[in-house]
Design a protein around this ligand. Structure first.
Ligand code: LLP
Length: 405
């Protein structure tokens, strides 16, 4: 991996910490690997930009030929600014307002609709338009209850039982259903879940019910390992089965459709890390506390999902391992990147790398406690570039004052 210890320490010294660092070459490799894994000629990858919307990463993926999965009007606008043409963008928001539907429709971006109520309103407002329908695939999988998006407890998608009603509404308004979509969850643990969701969605299709299909979109959710002992999924075997299932489906449908997936984590998670510096060591009777100059608003996954992120002590890799609570600088006890983690001895001033921080880390950040988000640096082709500056404290409060005038 190109984000090695020496490079990261050099970047920490040059740009200061906290700092997000991304390996652009690895992002491109992950994107391209998907085409090697899934041997199907009409494959389209919509990068789920919610995972990381840094414009430099978006431009990189745009140039590599990726399409985009977007979930808000601002994501669409940013995607367009980063160079994606409207034909390469799909809009999969939920609980959309009429105003945002109008905006996205006027921009010419394909709408993916996941409720009968919105479908009816969309048909009435824009009869004759192309549309994609999102179904709930009824397969429960994911790395957290909070990010499973199928089954009875989720707000997403049209129930498969309602497929005829959905097709009828589309017919009533002459909507051209060009695609069907499902997303099972994030961090899918079982490849069988991917296959089952595909089968469930493909099972809804007959040429009579959906005569105008151009693509089928089976969402994101491809898992990457976070824990050291976690196995990597055999994506070669998985890709082969995916292609076989889809070929058979297209044969029965009578036309070779485009096969779409929309991964976020898989493309960017492992390519990023957050560098933070330990400034305070404390022994609280049974616990050693290592206090850092970042906190959960800047990387919330451990607190929000109980997610595990590997943490390396870059400054003392050969130190004798000790057990620490690695804490942030925020006013809450729960503000921990790791609890009771064995890691080479930490000294004040050591720089830690929180790994697998390319997806859903910066993008879920906030300025709680009024600490500006870290800067972001991209490493690409042996060169490093600051791709987003951090606000200074003064810039942050100037912005707040200005917005409240
Ligand atoms: N498509 C749809 C419709 C989605 O809702 C999502 C993720 C994706 C694609 C991309 O999923 P991915 O390939 O990245 O797993 N914040 C959570 C993950 C939330 C995912 C939300 N939707 C986390 O940090 O684990």
């Amino acid at each position: 991996m190109s984000l090695d210890r020496n490079l990261l320490l050099k970047l920490a010294a040059e740009y200061g910490t906290p700092l997000y660092v991304y390996d652009g070459d690895q992002v491109l490799k992950c994107y391209r690997d998907l085409f090697a894994f899934i041997p199907y000629s009409k494959l389209r990858i919509h990068y789920a930009m919610k995972a990381n919307y840094n414009p430099a990463l978006l431009r990189l993926l745009e140039q590599a030929g990726a399409s985009l999965d977007t979930v808000s009007p601002a994501e669409v606008l940013l995607g367009l600014r980063a160079g994606f043409s409207r034909e390469r963008i799909i809009y999969t928001a939920n609980n959309m307002t009429d105003a945002e539907v109008a905006m996205v429709h006027d921009l010419g971006v394909l709408m993916n609709i996941g409720s009968l109520s919105r479908l009816e309103k969309f048909g009435k407002a824009y009869p004759g338009s192309p549309v994609c329908l999102r179904f709930n695939p009824d397969v429960r999988d994911g790395d957290s209850e909070k990010t499973m998006t199928a089954g009875d407890l989720t707000k997403f998608g049209i129930l498969m039982d309602d497929v005829d009603t959905a097709a009828e509404i589309a017919r009533k308004y002459r909507l051209k259903v060009t695609g069907l979509h499902e997303h099972t969850g994030s961090g899918l643990q079982q490849t069988e879940s991917v296959f089952q969701s595909m089968k469930n969605l493909m099972g809804l299709v007959t040429p009579q019910r959906f005569p105008d299909l151009e693509f089928m979109d089976f969402g994101g959710g491809f898992k990457v390992p976070y824990r050291p002992d976690e196995a990597r999924i055999d994506y070669v075997a998985m890709g082969r089965t995916i292609a076989e299932l889809f070929e058979a489906f297209c044969h029965a449908y009578g036309r070779k459709l485009t096969l779409c997936f929309e991964p976020g984590k898989y493309i960017v998670a492992e390519a990023g890390c957050l560098l933070t510096e330990v400034n305070t060591l404390k022994k609280n009777r049974s616990r050693c506390i290592a206090g850092c100059n970042s906190g959960f608003p800047q990387l919330i996954r451990p607190v929000l999902y109980g997610a595990y992120h590997r943490i390396d002590n870059l400054s003392n890799p050969d130190g004798t391992p000790q057990t620490y609570d690695i804490c942030g600088n925020i006013c809450e006890t729960g503000d921990r990147f790791a609890e009771q983690r064995a890691i080479p001895e930490i000294r004040e001033g050591d720089v830690l790398a929180i790994r697998n921080a390319g997806a859903y880390c910066y993008s879920m950040g906030s300025v709680y406690n009024l600490r500006p988000m870290p800067a972001e640096v991209l490493v690409l082709n042996g060169r490093t570039k600051l791709v987003r500056k951090a606000l200074t404290n003064r810039q942050l409060i100037d912005q707040i004052m200005k917005e409240s005038e």
